[in-house]
Design a protein around this ligand. Structure first.
Ligand SMILES: Nc1ncnc2c1ncn2[C@@H]1O[C@H](COP(=O)(O)OP(=O)(O)OP(=O)(O)O)[C@@H](O)[C@H]1O
Ligand SMILES: [Mg+2]
Length: 238
């Protein structure tokens, strides 16, 4: 399947909802497919950049993936134009933000093909994701041509295998009130490993423990399925 060049931006006003984890997971899945990946780290804390440094130090990196730390939206736009100027290719461009759903990030939204708000099953995550959705609706009314705006989707994240009644209630509310993706990301210890050690596929290659390798494969597969749904969503919009 040819997906070409696409720009996916993780945005949610809620801190700690899993934006960077999603970027790291999608980069892992795309690299595993043999695609080029460019991550723009627009977070002042440079979490994606630091992740790459940690991964490289442990030999868990793949040169298909590069991270560009920048706080300048115009630099992001320039670099993306340079990628589009290259011949036809499979290239996943990921933008990690520090929050989003603020006017400061409007221009990042406008250069994206898809906006994803990860949302964990807590009341705060729910409220802030709703707020982020409202920012999107307001942005639609501000821009000259609303059809230029990419779709906005919520991705349920850190979903536990068995949900408490409160978590279930939030789950239902998200599905009822927000444009939610069908795929969800489960609560997995392997995503902590991803953060500490590097790309999922590269960690798997070097791990000797078959049980761990199996769990890493499951996480990689989950991210591949999420990426496939994101690509479908982008295609359907075009
Ligand atoms: N699906 C998951 N399973 C297990 N742990 C997760 C999952 N998603 C995120 N986490 C953990 O939750 C914490 C916060 O995630 P992350 O840093 O990705 O959020 P963020 O939205 O990028 O935060 P910030 O707004 O500070 O940039 C991290 O410790 C991460 O490992
Ligand atoms: Mg982050």
């Amino acid at each position: 399947m040819q997906n070409g060049i696409r720009v996916i931006t993780a945005m949610n006003r809620k801190g700690g909802c899993g934006k960077t984890t999603l970027i790291m997971g999608l980069a892992s899945a795309a690299a595993e497919r043999g695609e080029s990946v460019t991550i723009f780290d627009t977070d002042e804390s440079r979490s994606s950049w630091k992740w790459m440094e940690r991964a490289k130090a442990q030999g868990h990196w793949n040169d298909l993936v590069r991270v560009i730390p920048t706080l300048s939206a115009s630099q992001v736009i320039e670099e993306i134009s340079a990628i589009f100027a290259q011949p036809d290719q499979e290239h996943l461009i990921l933008v990690d933000t520090f929050g989003g759903g603020s006017e400061a990030q409007d221009h990042l939204a406008l250069i994206s093909h898809l906006l994803i708000a990860p949302c964990m099953l807590s009341a705060n995550n729910y409220e802030e994701s709703l707020e982020t959705g409202l920012w999107y609706v307001r942005l639609k009314s501000r821009v000259e041509d609303p059809t230029e705006l990419p779709p906005f989707r919520v991705l349920l994240n850190r979903v536990p295998l068995s949900r408490s009644a409160a978590e279930h209630e939030i789950y239902e509310k998200v599905i009822r009130n927000m444009p939610v993706l069908g795929e969800v990301v489960m609560n997995r210890a392997m995503y902590t490993r991803l953060d500490c050690q590097g790309l999922l596929g590269e960690i798997r290659k070097s791990t000797k423990n078959p049980g761990v390798a199996n769990h890493l494969g499951t996480a990689l597969q989950e991210m591949d399925e999420v990426l496939a749904e994101l690509d479908r969503t982008i295609r359907e919009e075009e």
